[in-house]
Every structure is written in structure tokens, then in C-alpha cells.
Design a protein around this ligand. Structure first.
Ligand code: ZN
Length: 528
């Protein structure tokens, strides 16, 4: 890496990087692992770690001219117990490598996320020693990429190198605005998605008034994490990582599409967290709720999902919300304790989606359909583009103006965990919401068992206990929890190890407790 004429004094930081990312690791090179030089020759580097998990690389004399840093990054070793992290680590996938810059690249940074410092970035790949067919691709293109950007943009870019396959393929005349990349043979439910994703992305870009182009592209990087586990997405800058493991066979194409639709929405509406004292840090209900909301509604609006597929998808989200065992938890509890329990973590997502659906209904009623929730979202995006404040403060001002002070009370009640109840014609007069009998989700043991891979806190009398599970059983394989959250009838299928013995367990992860649940049904129009 070359930093052009940083011109810094002895003791100043040349660049920095995180030493850990949540539960994920980074390369966090030691001083001796970085070989630095400038016009005057070798440059000694010292490291300094701060309490915010940031390591600074300090120079021990003034720099002259360009500074060249040489370092080697190695893929992280993983196994079946490796926790599912933020998908930023450098990982080996078959014969390729993939990472997000956060984990791998130190950058010059003034420690401010809205820094005005801009760099002329150039990314080059030296593939001269690599096997024939090796390709190097990053978020903004294949091979050499030049951009004017903040240094931290490098952290949010995704990098992949190796025998990459792609859509459009390497020899196709490509537009360079959309790309989908994978190593080896992608499973059919992923391999069949690129044209659909391109269409969805193009139409969403138009909807959010941010046209897709070679200069404003989007790329999807697929990685297989075997022998680790994981299915999910993590957004980077104009790009996303889609991760899958050997259980991909239990996932259908629509489910992968649902995930990508959610991830693609994340490119746009975003409320920045504010201070905790006025609950202005509670933005997950918006940032994740909006991704679930538009991820469900826009594919149908664009004709990429049939009406029955839309109803199925919406009902999955309704089931996930209404049968969540933590439905009464506050958004604060979800923020602070969600990492140990995915039911709690994802509660604000579905809650936010229902809240936004209700706000949409209320705005349409209050303005005789001249405005919708889209009006507010586009206004937030406009503020974002103009680098104006876009936090809960602005959201509250907008809903109060359109809906009065009652809207602020409803927002507070939503934060406090009051159950969201929607008008029966919330989604339009073609459909209505009907109450249904559904049992509360209950896997039957502590949710942290899914992370520790050892069953603990088994509840006697639960379906899990009846199926023969015991505390201390080691989880070898299991169905994804989100599949059971979203699909009411879905069983939890699991392979567990007890002593030297392996056996399969299958049960319906539902308790005896009934939830107050709702589902969308098509209104049967009586013949005229
Ligand atoms: Zn998300």
C-alpha cells in the first residue's frame, strides 16, 4: 500500500485499523509485520492500541515523500464452531480469497465518520504470479479501480481474488454497473438469481432516485464458508457479501431472494443513531424494519413477485413478529441483549416493519392518498444526499407534522414493546388482516445454545425435551432459526452428538402458549 506524501511528524499516526470487529477478527498487523519505507529509506513503525479497539501505526521520524507499506494477510482458519460474525474477515473460499476492507487494510483516518478528507484511491492487483484465470474484483470493479473517496470507504469495500465466476461472465460485453461473483460451482438457488437481482436492484435504484451506473455500481459477492457455518448477508459500500454453508440444500431460491432484497434496501434509507438519553440511539427498528418493509413490498410492486408470493412473504413476517416469545420486550432490551438471542435481536426488525406499514396507512388516510410513507423515506434520502441531519429527530418532526402529536406517542409505545395492531385493511382493500391461532415460538432451550453449540437450559415439557434432547448435547447441524421464526409449520431438524453417538432430532418448535397473531388474506370479491 502506498500513501502519497502523508508528510507527518514523528509520533503521528500514519494509519490505523480495528483489532476486532464484534466477534470477528482482523489481521491487526503487529509493528514487525509491517514493512514501511519512504524516500529516506526504512521507516520504523510503532503501534498504539486504544480502548475503542483501534490500533494506530505511528511513525518514529518525520516522513519524506510517499510511504510504502508492505504486509501479508492470511485467511482466518475456521471450523464448524467458528461463530457467525459480521462477514468481514479474510476467508478462503475454495481456491479464492474474500474479505471486507475493515478486517484487512489499515487506512489513514482522522477518527471522524463524517470526515471531509478525501483521497485519490487507486486499487491495483498484481496477478503476475497467480494461476491463469485469476481475477481480482472489488466493490467498484474488476482490476484497476480509481475513485475519489474517504479513506474509510476502503474499509467498507469488498475484495475478492481467485478463479472467480461472474454474472455477467468475464468474456461478456459488460455494462460494469452490476456484478455477481462466486467461486466454484454455486448452488442452483444462488446461481439462478443474478438476472433477477439485477432487475430488482435497477428498479430499486430508480425508486430511491439513485440511478445505477458504472460510476455508481453494485456488486454481490458470494462466499461458501464451509467448514464454518452461516447463511446471511453483510452490506459493504455499493456491495454485499452473501454467505452460505453446507446446509444451503435446506434453503429455497425464494428465501435467498428475500435475503438479498432486504440487503439491497440497506443501500438507501438509514437513520443515524443519536444520543442514548432521549432514546435517539434506538434506530434498529427503522434501519432493519425499512429493509424488511421494502424488501417485502417492492418486489411485488415491481412485478418480480406474484400476489400469492407477496402474501406468503408478508405472512411470514407477521408470524415472525406475533409469535416472537419476546414480543413485549423493549427496543432497548433488544439493542442491549439481542446478541445472545436471535429472537430478541430480530424483534425490532419485524416490529419496525409493522410500524412503518401502520404509518403508511395513517399517512394515506390523513392526506387522502396524496402522501405515503414513501414520501417520508424519499425526504430522508434527500437529506442524506445533501449531508443534512437524518436521525430520529427528523423522523419525529415529519410524523408529527403529518399525523399530529399522537404519532409521537405511538412511536414511544412501539419502543416500549406495546404489541403492534394494524387496521384490517392496512395493506389495501384487496386484502384483509384476520386473527389466527398460532403458538408462540419456543426452541425449548437457551437461545445461546445455537452459538455455543451445546444445548443448555432445556425446558422440561418442551417439544425439544419430548423429542429427546438433553442438556450437554452437542449441536452438529441444525435448521436455521429464521426458517422456524418465519414459517409457522416448520420443524427444527437437528443432528446432535452425545458422547460418541450421533443422532437426528426433529420437533415443532412451538410452545403451548397461544399468540395473538394475524395473517393477510385475499378479499373474495362477490360477483357483480
Ligand atoms: Zn439488515
Amino acid at each position: 500500500m502506498t500513501v502519497e506524501e502523508p508528510g507527518i511528524e514523528s509520533g503521528q499516526a500514519l494509519c490505523c485499523m480495528y483489532t476486532k470487529l464484534g466477534i470477528g477478527t482482523t489481521q491487526c498487523y503487529s509493528a514487525s509485520q509491517i514493512n514501511a519505507s519512504d524516500d529516506r529509506g526504512d521507516l520504523n513503525i510503532k503501534t498504539a492500541d486504544d480502548s475503542g479497539s483501534i490500533r494506530s501505526y505511528l511513525v518514529t521520524r518525520p516522513t519524506y515523500g510517499n510511504v510504502v507499506l508492505m504486509f501479508v494477510a492470511y485467511p482466518v482458519k475456521v471450523n464448524s464452531k467458528t461463530p457467525i460474525g459480521g462477514r468481514m474477515e479474510l476467508r478462503q473460499d475454495q481456491r479464492g480469497l474474500q474479505c471486507m476492507g475493515f478486517s484487512t487494510v489499515p487506512v489513514p483516518w482522522d477518527r471522524s465518520w463524517d470526515t471531509k478528507d478525501r483521497y485519490s484511491l487507486k486499487i491495483e492487483w498484481d496477478l503476475s504470479g497467480a494461476p491463469v484465470g485469476t481475477r481480482g474484483v472489488s466493490s467498484f470493479g474488476e482490476g484497476i479501480v480509481r475513485r475519489r473517496c474517504a479513506a474509510t470507504d476502503l474499509w467498507r469495500m469488498i475484495f475478492a481474488v481467485g478463479p472467480l465466476n461472474s454474472y455477467p461472465s468475464a468474456d461478456e460485453d459488460k455494462s460494469d454497473s452490476f456484478g455477481f461473483y462466486w467461486f466454484g460451482t454455486a448452488p442452483e438457488q444462488i446461481a439462478s438469481l443474478p438476472p433477477l437481482c439485477e432487475e430488482l436492484f435497477t428498479k430499486m435504484s430508480e425508486f430511491f432516485q439513485d440511478k445505477l451506473s458504472a460510476d455508481n455500481p453494485y456488486r454481490i459477492f458470494v462466499r461458501r464458508v464451509t467448514p464454518a457455518r452461516g447463511f446471511g448477508g453483510s452490506g459493504g459500500l455499493r456491495s454485499v457479501v452473501l454467505e452460505y454453508d453446507e446446509a444451503i440444500g435446506t434453503i429455497i431460491k425464494d428465501e435467498v431472494f428475500n435475503l438479498l432484497a432486504h440487503e439491497i434496501v440497506h443501500n438507501w434509507p438509514l437513520l443515524l443513531p443519536g444520543p442514548k438519553d432521549k432514546d435517539l440511539d434506538l434506530v434498529a427498528w427503522f434501519n432493519e424494519g425499512i429493509a424488511d418493509y421494502y424488501g417485502t413490498i417492492l418486489p411485488y410492486r415491481f412485478g418480480l413477485r406474484s400476489e400469492s408470493e407477496f402474501i406468503t412473504r408478508l405472512n411470514a413476517k407477521l408470524t415472525q413478529y406475533y409469535t416472537n416469545p419476546h414480543i413485549e420486550a423493549t427496543n432497548r432490551e433488544a439493542l442491549e441483549k439481542g446478541w445472545t438471542d436471535t429472537n430478541l435481536l430480530t424483534l425490532p426488525y419485524t416490529r419496525g416493519m409493522l410500524y412503518l406499514s401502520k404509518v403508511d396507512y395513517q399517512i394515506r388516510k390523513a392526506t387522502s392518498d396524496s402522501k405515503t410513507v414513501d414520501t417520508l423515506i424519499l425526504s430522508i434520502l434527500d437529506r442524506t444526499k445533501k449531508q443534512e441531519p437524518h436521525s430520529l429527530v427528523e423522523w419525529k418532526a415529519m410524523i408529527e407534522e403529518l399525523l399530529g402529536s399522537e404519532a409521537l406517542k405511538e412511536l414511544e409505545a412501539m419502543n416500549d414493546g406495546e404489541t403492534m395492531r394494524l387496521p384490517i385493511d392496512c395493506f389495501g382493500t384487496d386484502w384483509k388482516l384476520l386473527p389466527v391461532d398460532q403458538r408462540v415460538l419456543d426452541f425449548g432451550f437457551d437461545m445461546s445454545s445455537f452459538q455455543t453449540r451445546i444445548i443448555s437450559g432445556l425446558k422440561s415439557g418442551s417439544q425439544a425435551a419430548k423429542a429427546g434432547l438433553r442438556n450437554g448435547d452437542e449441536m452438529v447441524r441444525n435448521a436455521y432459526t429464521w426458517q422456524c421464526q418465519e414459517e409457522y409449520e416448520r420443524s427444527m431438524e437437528m443432528t446432535v452428538k452425545r458422547g460418541e453417538e450421533l443422532f437426528d432430532v426433529k420437533y415443532w418448535p412451538r410452545s403451548e402458549v397461544m399468540a395473538e397473531s394475524w395473517q393477510l388474506r385475499k378479499v373474495e370479491k362477490s360477483p357483480q
